[in-house]
Ligand binder design. Structure first.
Ligand SMILES: [Zn+2]
Length: 459
């Protein structure tokens, strides 16, 4: 019946536009239910039993109700078992209660996050030359080691590999945490990798700064708005002029899952929006766990055989090789989505930059045949910047500094400082020592989840 947390949230917030989006779906579901002869048979049976209850004495009613319930339960179990969406189809009431509860909790959580945001500190120190439009694309769970542009033997990033001029590939970027939320807290504020991610509300927000700098700001996400695991993303982007969540707003809403290409129409629409400077943030689902659900069939290119062909110093089971292939397909699909955005800004009349990186990596049986999951070793992420020809023409000095910066170690936590330079924005919180493009950049041991990264090279 399409009972989801998003539906309940939408209904409870009575947002007319979004209700309208759902109504046709609900309507067609109800129409379908009314077309089943079973519906009428069951309705008749219910009416019949209601009448007969009145005529039975309590004892006989109790016994027959118990026996019939048991029979019903036993008959239903084997029917439910093989149906994947059994939960959605059979427990509408249970789902409504569950989704209602989750929606209520999410809203309460968002209220807490929103109440802790502060106005931009020292706005009087903001001055911007608005040098370029910025398309900041934040990926999910993509490990640098799995992209062919970084030397992976399977061709998982054919689009990026073909770009050539204008594309700068950073060799040594890492995330600041193994969790999405803690990375986002630092990426979208001026918190460094050495500051606790939970203190996000004490730091200036990137969106707040760019709005003050005169940018039109937008946030387009295929991820959740907020989560009970300390994910305040909705608050971090709350200053944006335009906010759109294209998929399910909670990771529990499997029925509303969308492929990442759903962000594209929104991004393209924003790209056409007026002549002023734009800062567009995009949050992808990327290579989030359950990799097979992240890409459409047309990107189901690699299989276990493609993966088994790669030399390793340990034997890989066939089923694990198949999982790696799914992960690689999700990387290939992200390459396609990122490529679409890149294509759009290539021809832009305005100087424009696309920055793509992932929040953290993932260990997909990379070191042995039994571990899959996140760990601090696999925190190395792809990090590329594409500068269109107008950026290269008008901001040659910055472009050349970026080329020099590409070999330097960096933490994605410090992206805010780099964006200040790329947009020509001055701000009191800007720190050249943390800006990889600055001649005053100070490479230093990086932190992951509040400790020096175990695999850091020497300084
Ligand atoms: Zn993540």
């Amino acid at each position: 019946m399409g009972i989801t947390i998003k539906l309940i949230t939408v209904l409870s917030q009575t947002n007319r536009d979004e209700v309208r989006e759902f109504m046709p779906v609900l309507g067609s579901n109800i129409k379908a239910v009314l077309s089943y002869p079973y519906t009428y048979a069951i309705a008749a049976l219910i009416v019949l039993s209601l009448i007969s209850i009145k005529k039975l004495n309590k004892r006989i009613f109790g016994i027959s109700a118990t026996v019939l319930s048991l029979i019903g339960f036993i008959v239903l179990l084997p029917i439910l078992y093989p149906i994947k969406s059994g939960r959605a189809n059979f427990s509408v009431i249970g789902r409504t209660i569950k989704c209602g509860w989750q929606s209520y909790n999410e809203r309460k959580q968002i209220e807490v996050y929103m109440s802790s945001i502060l106005p931009l500190p020292h706005p009087e120190t903001v001055k911007s030359r608005q040098l370029a439009d910025i398309y900041l694309i934040i990926g999910e769970s993509a490990s640098r080691a799995h992209l062919s542009i970084y030397g992976y033997p399977i061709d998982t990033s054919p689009v990026l590999c073909k770009i050539g001029e204008g594309l700068i590939v950073f060799d040594d970027a890492i995330g600041s945490s193994t969790t999405t939320a803690f990375n986002m807290n630092r990426i979208l504020t001026f918190l460094s990798d050495r500051q606790e991610a939970v203190k996000w509300s004490e730091s200036p927000r990137l969106f707040s700064l760019l709005k003050k700098a005169g940018y039109y700001t937008a946030w387009i996400s295929n991820q959740e708005r907020a989560g009970i695991w300390g994910n305040p993303t909705i608050a971090l982007v709350s200053d944006a002029d335009y906010i759109k969540y294209v998929g399910s707003i909670s990771s529990d809403d499997a029925t509303l899952m969308r492929y990442d290409e759903s962000v594209l129409p929104e991004v393209f629409q924003m790209a056409e929006n007026g002549d002023g400077p734009k800062f567009i943030g995009v949050h992808l689902m990327g290579s989030h766990i359950q990799y097979r659900k992240r890409y459409p069939d047309s990107f189901n290119i690699f299989n276990a055989d493609s993966v088994i062909g790669i030399k390793r110093d340990f034997a890989l089971s066939r089923s694990h090789a198949a999982t790696i292939a799914e992960y690689d397909n999700s990387i290939l699909y992200t390459d396609h989505v990122v490529g679409q955005i890149l294509d759009r800004i290539k021809s832009s009349q305005r100087p424009a930059l696309m920055i793509y990186f992932s929040d953290h990596g993932e260990n997909v049986y990379d070191d042995n045949d039994n571990f899959l999951g996140r760990d601090s070793k696999h925190i190395e992420v792809p990090f590329v910047i594409y500068a269109n020809s107008n950026f290269r023409k008008y901001n040659r000095d910055i472009y050349e500094r970026l080329i020099d910066a590409a070999v330097k170690p960096l933490s994605t936590a410090n992206i805010g400082h780099l964006i200040c330079t790329l947009t020509g924005t001055e701000y009191q919180y800007y720190n050249a020592g943390l800006d990889v493009s600055s001649p005053y950049y100070v490479p230093a041991p990086r932190y992951v989840d509040d400790v020096v990264w175990k695999y850091e090279h020497d300084y």
